[in-house]
Design a protein around this ligand. Structure first.
Ligand code: APR
Length: 234
């Protein structure tokens, strides 16, 4: 039986499945966001260049929706592993989620691989700042150009410094727990391979098998909260 308490440096690698129990739909699969919306018209730079108002309207709806959702027990377990298990020296959360629920549950130093719904960035001068409004009030930067969500959209590149921070944390962990990700989007989906190569214990939490399940030594097939509760049992 795997328990957090038997490890000292833990990385949580999380995806949309972790926020399902907060009421936020995943991206793929039944009821997924990309079943209802076409990313080419609302989640890529090309769409933003062609019609920024339409892309902002899509993100304003998401902001309003997520603002009304709460972190769930899974987010809270992850945020409190160090307090709950004194033998655990460090926990790093590396997420593909943009919803900010890890931080609202109390996690700090979260690596947001795909950016945040709650930051805006000037499309011209690059100035970036937190913005919690839903809908967002001022869609223009002080320089006059459009602000865009500071999210890694389709066809965008990940920030190399963010990717490096994630890779370094994964290289140093002795337990990697993947929670609620389909492993369908690279380069994020390739990061757990670093833990495998370093000999860390790798656990996948997901009710379903994924294309990357073969990487993991252990599979916990069930909802994130229930499976995280089992790992946190002392
Ligand atoms: N607990 C755990 N996992 C769950 C749960 C649950 N309660 N419900 C669903 N899942 C799993 C699904 O089986 C699926 O494998 O969550 C996964 C969600 O997969 P995706 O929707 O592809 O989400 P994610 O892997 O985070 O997507 C990666 O794609 O377009 C994007 O940029 C977006 O960051 C996102 C990236």
């Amino acid at each position: 039986m795997i328990r957090f308490a038997d490890f000292s440096r833990i990385v949580f690698f999380t995806g949309a499945g972790l926020s399902v129990e907060s009421g936020i739909p995943t991206y793929r699969g039944k009821g997924g966001l990309w079943e209802e919306y076409d990313y080419e018209s609302c989640a890529c730079q090309r769409a933003f260049d062609a019609d920024p108002e339409r892309v902002w309207a899509f993100h304003d709806v998401r902001r309003g929706f997520v603002a009304n959702c709460e972190p769930n027990e899974g987010h809270r377990i992850i945020a409190h592993v160090v307090q709950a298990s004194p033998s655990v020296h460090s926990v790093k959360v590396i997420t593909q989620n943009i919803d900010g629920l890890h931080q609202r549950a109390g996690s700090s130093g979260v690596v947001e691989l795909h950016g945040s719904l709650w930051r805006v960035r000037c499309d011209l001068c690059g100035r970036c700042k937190e913005n919690l409004e839903a809908p967002i009030g001022d869609r223009r930067c002080a320089c006059g150009a459009w602000r865009r969500p500071d999210i890694v959209w389709f066809e965008d590149l990940l920030d190399p410094a963010v990717l490096q921070e994630a890779a370094d944390a994964i290289a140093a962990c002795d337990l990697l727990v993947s929670v609620g990700t389909s492993g369908a989007v690279s380069p994020a989906a390739d990061l757990p391979r670093i833990a495998v190569a370093r000999g860390a214990m790798c656990v996948e939490i997901n009710p379903e098998e994924t294309p990357v399940s073969g990487l993991y030594q252990h599979h916990l097939r069930g909802p994130a909260t229930k499976m995280l509760r089992e790992l946190s049992a002392s």
